[in-house]
Write a protein that binds this ligand. Sequence first.
Ligand code: SF4
Ligand code: SF4
Length: 162
Amino acid sequence: MTWIERLYLPAIFQGLSITIKHLFKKKVSLRYPEVKRAFAAVYRGMHVLKRDEQGRENCTACGLCAVACPAEAITMVAAERKKGEENLYREEKYAAIYEINMLRCIFCGLCEEACPKDAIYLTDRLVPSEYSRGKFVFGKDMLVEAVDQRIDISKRKKVYEI
Ligand code: SF4
Ligand code: SF4
């Protein structure tokens, strides 16, 4: 090394110049969760089990989503509707237990594609972080959408049609 190189000053200034250059560039990091990034219209995040216009659960427990799932992430137990439950479920059969293991899921969207009732839909919501593996198994309490917070899926459908 020359005596100038031994001073390490050129290398230090070179490093500083790179740092200063990046100071004025557009920031790529966000202050999550206060700031959330906008995802592409085709982004697939956390699932939701849809309700119809009358607030009844769309899912009829046919099991097609579980069969289509390549990761075997869906567990479902079907049950028959009892008298008086007409306003909760659309058909006689419904999913008494419906669970998705988010650690297995690869967010491929095949469950959504397979569903004949438009009952399952992958939203643009991120799956929340948890501290234990068991908490990543989401049941109906996490998946069925609230009556007053139904998601309009018409936007997503348009993307598929293109
Ligand atoms: S998105 Fe894919 S992997 Fe995840 S539950 Fe649906 S079919 Fe299974
Ligand atoms: S979500 Fe759809 S495909 Fe899956 S069991 Fe319910 S109705 Fe069938």
